[in-house]
Design a protein around this ligand. Structure first.
Ligand code: DX5
Ligand code: ZN
Length: 216
């Protein structure tokens, strides 16, 4: 069964506690937390104080996706505010291997995210060190965008690379995930489905998550 990670970016920021309680009671496995700095991506979301406040109520692991430049400057801060899984972008990290080791040394699971145009082959020498690879299926920066179809092929290619490198990393798909592409993504090798708008714009978000969970 896939791991379901609703993206809090699509929640009601004026009432995060209500949406976190809803997630606590749902089939969701993780809470996906999108941090944007307005430099790596053309949008700013929220930072440490908001994550710290969310952590107080969350009963599920925080899957923190950093869309920021120089992520290595803030690893300890994200640990302190409650990140359980910390994902940095390959495109934003010059010394990726060191950054990954530091995330693990702090006691968090370590992930690498790649943009839609970034080749899977660039993960070859880091794959065995990772707990998670996040494939962006939209250009990062905004929720509610259209899923990029090339992601299916990338998912299969990544699954093959992880096998070849004996990596146990999970494959996470982030952006535009919905009922039309989820089953095909799981068939291609996806382990984790992030869903923002598909969950939070639904009349019954819990039912939507339950259906995604039951897909495979
Ligand atoms: C995009 C974020 C995603 C976003 C997904 O930059 O990384 O996690 O919240 O939202 P949807 O599911 O609406 O595309
Ligand atoms: Zn994300």
């Amino acid at each position: 069964m896939p791991i379901i990670a609703p993206s809090i970016l699509a929640a009601d920021f004026a009432n995060l506690q209500a949406d976190i309680s809803m997630i606590n009671e749902s089939a969701a496995d993780w809470i996906h937390v999108d941090v944007m700095d307005g430099v790596f991506v053309p949008n700013i979301s929220f930072g440490m104080p908001v994550i710290k406040a969310m952590k107080k109520h969350a009963k599920k692991p925080l899957d923190v996706h950093l869309m920021i430049v120089e992520p290595e400057r803030y690893l300890e801060n994200f640990k302190e505010v409650g990140a359980d899984i910390l994902t940095v972008h390959l495109e934003a990290s010059t010394h990726l291997h060191r950054t990954i080791q530091q995330i693990k040394a702090l006691g968090m699971k370590a992930g690498v995210a790649i943009n839609p145009h970034t080749s899977i082959s660039l993960l070859k020498d880091i794959a065995a060190d990772l707990d998670l690879v996040c494939l962006m299926s939209v250009n990062p920066g905004f929720g509610g965008q259209k899923f990029i179809e090339n992601t299916y092929a990338k998912t299969s290619e990544l699954a093959a690379l992880l096998k070849a490198t004996k990596s146990t990393a999970k494959i996470e798909i982030d952006g535009g995930v919905n009922q039309d592409n989820a089953a095909k993504l799981i068939a291609a090798g996806a382990d984790v489905l992030v869903a923002g708008n598909f969950v939070f714009s639904a009349t019954n978000p819990k039912e939507v998550m339950q259906k995604l969970k039951a897909l495979a």
